[in-house]
Design a protein around this ligand. Sequence first.
Ligand code: UD1
Ligand code: UDP
Length: 384
Amino acid sequence: MAKKKIMLVFGTRPEAIKMAPLVLEIKKYNDKLIPLVVSTGQHREMLDQVLNIFNIRPDYDLEIMSKSQTLSQIVVKTLQGLESILLREKPDMMLVQGDTSTAFTAGLCAFYNKIPVGHVEAGLRTFDKLRPFPEEVNRRLLSVVADMHFSPTSSSVENLIGEKIPKPSIYCTGNTVIDALLLVAKRKFDIKKSGLKLDANKKIILVTAHRRESFGQPLVEICEGIKKLAKTYFNDIQIVLPAHKNPMVTGVVEKILGGLDNVLVVAPMDYEPFVHLMKASYFILTDSGGVQEEAPSLGKPVLVLREKTERPEAIIAGTVKLIGVNGKKIFSEAEKLLIDRILYKKMQHAVNPYGDGKASARIVSAILFKFGFTAKKIKEYYSK
Ligand code: UD1
Ligand code: UDP
């Protein structure tokens, strides 16, 4: 049987982290599948950091990123750049991941060119078009465009079934982020080598925030809550905040938190030191999707800086709490977790609702099955 060409398109940090294990898995079947990696370059430094860690060299790079880019700019440049590559390479299938503008636009471009689309991390929903913005809508649009839906959990499968997506096209695989996390977390890494000036006597509170719906006042509130926490517990904690490179984030974060002695505002960290910093931290405050998925399997409590989340599983498991973007509430919830040992212990247990490290293997078996390379159907992943 002729080999099948599988094009993987991604452009941002989280997509690269979640697609890297899949690229590595597809490479194992080089007698059946040919991986072709296309980067849109929606991110630059933050993407390249991940490509280096997993030793992935894209076959094509559209280099679309510009400073403070608009969503329409990302879409237009991706559509224009990708179509000629699709016409030249004629892949048998395209894989996209998640909810970014890169993922949605690449899926659309494949659909226009009648190329089957596999959607990795399908079926996450808040059912609120504006939260997260524009990711909720990107996801829904991709579910319309895609032919194979690789859902991370049983509740994401249920969401798709509720939208009348044909059941045989849905596979419950677990999330590839756990594949990536386990690959990196097991490597030995001395946190002292991260270059961070950490005080061994203080607890580390890790913070990330970058969502578009939080730009402006919500991000100011987030920073004010963190500032109060840092000042109130100066002798006990140090806050580490790797700031996203979006100027809408760095401007506010540096203005409010820049001058505080126990707040380290640093550049985006490489994935490996970041994972080990998560392991070393006491708890995490974040609005990131990926961090919400990773931290529970490391046994780290997470307070989510959002009004809604499309990842309810760890909230149900009790390791994650949704606390919103009000500064006073952020301070009081973080304070509770800091001083209440019973509450901390309750949230601290490690759970794996998002995967077992075998999601990429399941996705690749489903692809091999689709193309008739194997008669074996995948054994699906169901979170407990
Ligand atoms: C994008 C995704 C979001 C994802 C996030 C992960 C969309 C609509 N949003 O949002 O879903 O959670 O990535 O981080 O696809 N920049 C740099 N260097 C970089 C990366 C970004 O300078 O390596 C700056 C640029 O000025 C760029 C800006 O950040 O214009 C915004 O980047 P963009 O990808 O549009 O939005 P994100 O907020 O990163
Ligand atoms: N991450 C990283 N360095 C950092 C911050 C985050 O490598 O300084 C990783 C994190 O472990 C997770 C991913 O980036 O796997 C999440 O990306 P981000 O928060 O940008 O996007 P989201 O998941 O919200 O779409």
